[in-house]
Ligand binder design. Structure first.
Ligand code: EPZ
Length: 430
């Protein structure tokens, strides 16, 4: 397995171009299952999660073609998806276990083909991750659902019908899935307590461009009037707010200055506010965010993760890395996932002072310096937190299990090297 080697201590300076958002691209790609006409998706990041999803879609019968192009100052991929020969309605365990977001095929396949079989994904490193809200909502829309041999088998022989659905939690995945399913249902579907993440607005824009009738974008009440058929459309994936937030901390933790090109400050209001309270200068230009921590004293601050527009859970681990070297104490409360402190013992191995209380709170007391160590993490964002700690630490840090990072950070070493980091990938065979 590849590893990443970092020699810490360099101050980072320069520009990093932010890629398309993984968590927006995944549902956009699956929306192409809703029509037999071509759907063009631009600014798709080159990540293993996208490769896994494309693999599953090809297995179902999707035709996929790709073209490299320049999108806002960086090289990116434009994909064309055409679902005019779907021959298979089963998403097998081997695909789903590699990538949970395969559940995005559920809504579109059931709505368009009236049947789907989907391997239940099971838990993962950050929590139990149930999909009960997805399934109960589809049942309210008339689907018959059975769980057999680890698979969800869903049927709607007469098609799905609109329903008034109130989510018990503002789930991102369930909001995307039910939005997609409702576009082809008969009648009107109303979702209350829907998630409001920017990735959902991106999906609504694509679905409406395909001929769907969705109202309520950026609010927690979405109304979808079902239509007979959807058609071809084109969309660009929005820029990745979590990648941008992660590199903002790379600037802060090394006392450097980085311009995040193609980053959207609107998507990052809470993280920017916290960075400013921690003593970092953040300025916003047309299409970029400039993070300046040169000669700044970083001080502790509390965070509480919450549904958007609250503080994103996907930046919790990275902010915690910054807090380990801040002056004073910080309290981190994780309210979304029940097991998202797996990076704590690894940060402590690098000299951090963190105490976990229960499963939802951690107190971080800043130390003067971290020291490099071999470390590993169990999920994507925790792995990036260890990279950040390595950038600030004295000496050498080896981050193992790089496949987590490859799921969500496009050209990570290239981007960090370009701003002055001493970082390299050690290939398995080296
Ligand atoms: C999305 O996961 C993201 N993944 C996650 O990012 C992110 O952490 C999460 O939203 C929260 O922002 C993708 O977009 C692919 P949820 P998702 O459904 O949709 C509970 C990353 O690092 N819940 O909004 O799976 C659930 O247990 C990843 O990029 C149910 O109880 O998250 C959690 O407590 C990790 N039943 C809460 O809701 C359900 O049926 C929010 O989960 C569904 C969810």
């Amino acid at each position: 397995m590849d590893k990443i080697k970092i020699i810490g201590g360099n101050t980072l300076h320069g520009k990093i171009c932010i890629s398309g958002a993984k968590n927006a691209a995944l549902p956009l790609i699956c929306a192409s299952l809703l029509t037999d006409e071509p759907v063009i998706i631009k600014n798709v990041p080159l990540l293993s999660d996208i490769t896994f999803l494309n693999g599953l879609l090809k297995y179902l019968g999707m035709d996929i073609s790709e073209k490299q192009e320049i999108f806002v100052q960086h090289q990116s991929t434009k994909y064309t998806y055409q679902a005019n020969q779907i021959t298979n309605l089963v998403a097998p365990y081997d695909f789903v276990r590699k990538m949970r977001a395969s559940y995005y095929v559920l809504g579109p396949l059931l709505a368009r083909f009236k049947h789907v079989e989907f391997s239940l994904p099971g838990g993962c490193a950050i929590g139990a991750r149930p999909i009960d809200i997805h399934l109960s909502s589809l049942e309210q829309m008339g689907a018959k659902i059975e769980i057999k041999n680890g698979y969800v088998i869903a049927d709607a022989p007469n098609g799905l019908t609109g329903a008034h659905i109130i989510f018990s939690k503002a789930s991102v995945g369930a909001t995307c899935n039910i939005l997609m399913a409702a576009t082809l249902a008969s009648g009107i579907t109303k979702i209350e307590n829907a998630a409001k993440e920017p990735e959902i607005a991106n999906l609504i824009d694509l679905l409406n461009a395909m001929g769907a009738k969705i109202e309520g974008k950026n609010t927690s009440v979405l109304t979808i009037e079902g239509v007979e058929k959807l058609h071809n459309a084109e969309i660009s994936v929005i820029s990745d707010r979590i990648e941008a937030g992660s590199y903002a901390i790379a600037a802060a933790i090394t006392h450097g200055k980085i311009e995040l090109v193609n980053a959207c400050a609107d998507f990052l209001q809470q993280p920017i506010r916290v960075l400013e309270k921690m003593g970092v200068d953040v300025s916003v230009d047309d299409n970029s965010i400039i993070v300046d921590a040169v000669n700044k004293t970083i001080v502790g601050e509390d965070i509480y993760t919450d549904y958007y527009p609250g503080f994103p859970t996907d930046l919790q681990a990275q902010f915690m890395a910054l807090m380990t070297v801040a002056e004073g104490a910080s309290l981190v409360t994780e309210s979304i996932w029940e097991n998202r402190f797996m990076h704590v013992p690894e940060l402590c191995r690098m000299g951090a002072n963190i105490n976990i209380h229960g499963h939802a709170s951690a107190i971080v007391r800043g130390v003067k310096k971290l020291s490099g160590a071999p470390v590993m993490a169990t999920d994507l964002r925790a792995s990036f937190a260890l990279v950040l700690a390595g950038l600030a630490a004295e000496g050498e840090t080896i981050v193992n299990r790089v496949y987590h990072l490859d799921r969500g950070y496009e050209k990570l070493e290239e981007k960090l090297k370009a701003v002055g980091a001493d970082i390299e990938r050690i290939k398995e065979s080296d």
